[in-house]
Design a protein around this ligand. Structure first.
Ligand SMILES: Cc1cc2nc3c(=O)[nH]c(=O)nc-3n(C[C@H](O)[C@H](O)[C@H](O)COP(=O)(O)OP(=O)(O)OC[C@H]3O[C@@H](n4cnc5c(N)ncnc54)[C@H](O)[C@@H]3O)c2cc1C
Length: 383
């Protein structure tokens, strides 16, 4: 049951981005309803890894957003009374040969100029960071600001905090239409069970954000970018940081639809090692790709030979919300007054969620937004 007949804001999507929007909107004094067709974190948020990375981002708007978010995650970890498994573990990027190390050094120099901490690790000191790394690597870079959360817990606790501040949560209700006012502006959402009148609607529908935008007649080309992750049997803490090979950054930035994989290995407090992640655009195909799994396993064992004899207990997949320029859509959509976009965060939505929520809440509350949102404007794609 809803206690209010109308709200300032209806947020569509109870993934981490919708949860962050609801959290910051309630903190800005707005009345909020969150609606999802499934459970909390039932979309991509429940199928990601939870790395909060600066290390893989070149200077530019995404890094600026990630830096803002990194500070907010740190605050949230202290503010939320319940554990979201925030771990400031740091990242280690390694190079196989001197050319790779030189490329990492050039990338790190640009990042440092943008304010990121990046420390060169010579080959003979890699073992101090990761004792089980393969021998013969050319070196690496340590990024102490890289961190991690458990994404589903993070979404759930952000929503719990929002509910304590008055937000209402409706689960198992697909939004089928958007309500419009006499002037044509978006003024709420409708599910099969009810109308949800509101001053504004936030599209936090992740990979399905394009479908929701279409309900308001606007084009937002969000596509699924599939990723597989392997989960090993529980192990003693063999891997201390998030560790990945230099070619991961190029994979992330690539627009290719073809299968890409570069080993990204991290331990978890519970013991299993997570090995991610592939990238490919094959629609919403949920078929297990043995090729993707094989490549991930081989790359992880190349980085950490000790993993070669370890059992993989399971593999899972998810669909990243991909926009063609790899940047999310954030902010008021001028093509559909009353509709605010907060989707398309691709492989960085856990990391970028708090900044997205904070900035959107400021817009919704009519407060000044002291951050350049132009690169994220929703109307930037040709129809
Ligand atoms: C393998 C893999 C690894 C990843 N690793 C990382 C990582 O390490 N770090 C990182 O930052 N990111 C990572 N990501 C990306 C991250 O998971 C996503 O960017 C993020 O979860 C997107 O969150 P969201 O809230 O926008 O979308 P979602 O979590 O998908 O939430 C959208 C919600 O909208 C709901 N919805 C959709 N349409 C409707 C409708 N019509 N009516 C009602 N509800 C609707 C859905 O049910 C869903 O719950 C990874 C992704 C994958 C697949």
């Amino acid at each position: 049951m809803l206690t209010r007949s109308s709200h300032d804001v209806v947020v569509v999507g109870a993934g981490v981005v919708g949860a962050a929007c609801a959290y910051y909107a309630t903190r800005a004094g707005l009345t909020v309803a969150v609606v999802d067709r499934g459970p909390v974190a039932g979309g991509t948020t429940g199928a990601g890894e939870g790395n909060l990375l600066l290390s893989d981002k070149a200077p530019g708007p995404e890094l600026d957003l990630a830096r803002l978010s990194a500070g907010l995650w740190c605050e949230l970890a202290a503010e939320l009374p319940e554990a979201i498994e925030y771990e400031a573990k740091g990242g280690l990027v390694v190079a196989a040969d001197p050319a790779g190390q030189a490329a990492l050094a050039a990338f790190a120099a640009e990042q440092r100029a943008a304010g990121v901490q990046a420390l060169e690790v010579p080959a003979d000191r890699l073992a101090e960071y990761e004792p089980h790394l393969a021998p013969g690597l050319a070196g690496g870079f340590h990024y102490p600001e890289d961190a991690q959360v458990q994404p589903a817990l993070a979404a759930a606790h952000l929503l719990r905090a929002a509910r304590r501040a008055g937000a209402e949560l409706l689960l198992g209700e697909p939004v089928e239409a958007l309500l419009t006012g006499p002037d044509g502006a978006v003024r709420g959402a409708r599910t099969a069970r009810r109308s949800l009148p509101a001053g504004a609607v936030v599209n936090a529908a992740g990979t399905w954000g394009g479908e929701l935008a279409a309900l308001a007649g606007v084009h937002l080309p969000v596509l699924p970018r599939r990723g597989f992750v392997l989960v090993t049997e529980p192990l003693p803490r063999l891997v201390r940081h998030k560790v990945y090979a230099a070619d991961y950054v190029a994979d992330v930035a690539s627009g290719s639809a073809a299968l890409q994989s570069s080993g990204v290995v991290e331990g978890t407090p519970a013991g299993p090692v997570l090995i991610g992640a592939t990238r490919e655009r094959v629609g919403f195909d949920r078929t297990l790709s043995t090729e993707a799994v094989r490549r991930l396993a081989a790359q992880a064992a190349a980085l950490f030979p000790v993993l070669a004899d370890v059992q993989v207990l399971r593999t899972y997949r998810g669909f990243r919300p991909y926009l063609p320029d790899h940047l999310p859509a954030i902010g008021a959509d001028p093509r559909a007054p009353g509709l605010y976009q907060a989707c398309g965060h691709e492989g960085a939505g856990i990391g970028l969620a708090p900044a997205t929520g904070l900035l959107l809440a400021r817009q919704l509350a009519g407060e000044p937004v002291d951050f350049e949102l132009a690169p994220f404007r929703p109307e930037r794609f040709a129809t």
